[in-house]
Design a protein around this ligand. Structure first.
Ligand SMILES: NC(=O)c1ccc[n+]([C@@H]2O[C@H](COP(=O)([O-])OP(=O)(O)OC[C@H]3O[C@@H](n4cnc5c(N)ncnc54)[C@H](OP(=O)(O)O)[C@@H]3O)[C@@H](O)[C@H]2O)c1
Length: 264
């Protein structure tokens, strides 16, 4: 299937690892010109630069200036922006709502919601100038589920779901489609890095991090397929939503969670 993404300019946030890296990789393989923003690079991102000419921009997207700098780098390099994937976001496991102070709420919102607000505000004029395009926000099933460990993250993701809907309404008449992807657990460094969610789950269950993500998480979270999602599966969905083949899809949120969410 030709997704018609060749030579489209795609900006991806949080693209050195995990889902963002998989999305950058997938767009680059389709022939898109990818501009990848993260604070640091990785051998995998450098590999995408060597193989496909992906531009890695070192930028802190939790700041007021970072998102503008990323979009400016894309426009300086390619003269336009056709696709924006707001992927960056973070959570930290804590015992209770009562353990999260104002500074921590602010940090999670800066990373998870305001990064997308600011990058969208910087990029949308360029998508409009290009005659239209696609904006994809990576939200989470947590936006709708009660997980006291990550109450701040869940609230920020709910805000991002709302932002998706509002932007889709304003910009659809001008040719910009805005959609969201809401993953359940995805095998990325978010889970697998030392001190990540796999370690936290393993400590609670008295097992290894590997066993935690392969067995404990799918079982305890009720993932019907019996496994977590792989990052490339999220990337494939992002490709389709960015493609002109999805030309009448906007304001929608697509869950990819192996059947974890049981409600309609
Ligand atoms: N993994 C899951 O289970 C899951 C489930 C649902 C939703 N999500 C969402 O999917 C998105 C990606 O998650 P992931 O699991 O792929 O995360 P990850 O493995 O932790 O990767 C995060 C990426 O964001 C970059 N990043 C972090 N802080 C940044 C900052 N201040 N400025 C710029 N870049 C920054 C990181 O690179 P640097 O550290 O070099 O900056 C890295 O490239 C997030 O929004 C997350 O909430 C993930």
């Amino acid at each position: 299937m030709d997704l018609q993404l060749k030579d489209k300019v795609a900006v991806v946030t949080g693209a050195s690892k995990g889902i963002g890296l998989a999305i950058a990789d997938a767009f680059a393989r389709e022939g898109a010109r990818v501009v990848a923003g993260s604070r640091s690079s990785t051998p995998e991102l450098e590999g995408l630069h060597e193989k496909y000419g992906v531009t890695a921009v070192p930028v802190d997207l939790a700041t007021a200036e970072g998102p503008q700098a990323l979009v400016r780098a894309a426009v300086d390099r390619h003269g336009r922006v056709d696709i924006l994937v707001n992927n960056v976001g973070t959570a930290a496991p804590r015992p209770s709502f009562l353990d999260i102070d104002d500074a921590e709420w602010q940090r999670i919102f800066d990373m998870t919601l305001f990064s997308a607000v600011r990058t969208s505000r910087a990029a949308l004029p360029h998508l409009l100038a290009a005659g239209g395009g696609a904006l994809i926000n990576i939200t989470s099933i947590n936006a709708r589920l009660p997980f006291p460990m990550v109450v701040d993250y869940s609230a920020a993701k709910a805000g991002l779901t709302s932002l998706t809907k509002s932007l889709s309404e304003e910009f659809a008449p001008r040719g910009v489609r805005v959609n969201a992807i809401a993953p359940g657990p995805v095998r990325t460094p978010f889970w697998t890095a030392p001190g990540g969610f796999a370690d936290a789950t393993a400590a609670q269950a008295g097992t290894t991090a590997q066993e935690a993500i392969d067995v404990v998480v799918p079982k305890s979270m009720g993932i019907s397929t019996g496994r977590v999602t792989e990052a490339h599966e999220v990337a494939d969905l992002a490709l389709f939503l960015a493609s002109p083949l999805a030309g009448n899809i906007t304001g929608a949120e697509f869950t990819i969670d192996g059947g974890q969410v049981k409600t309609l």
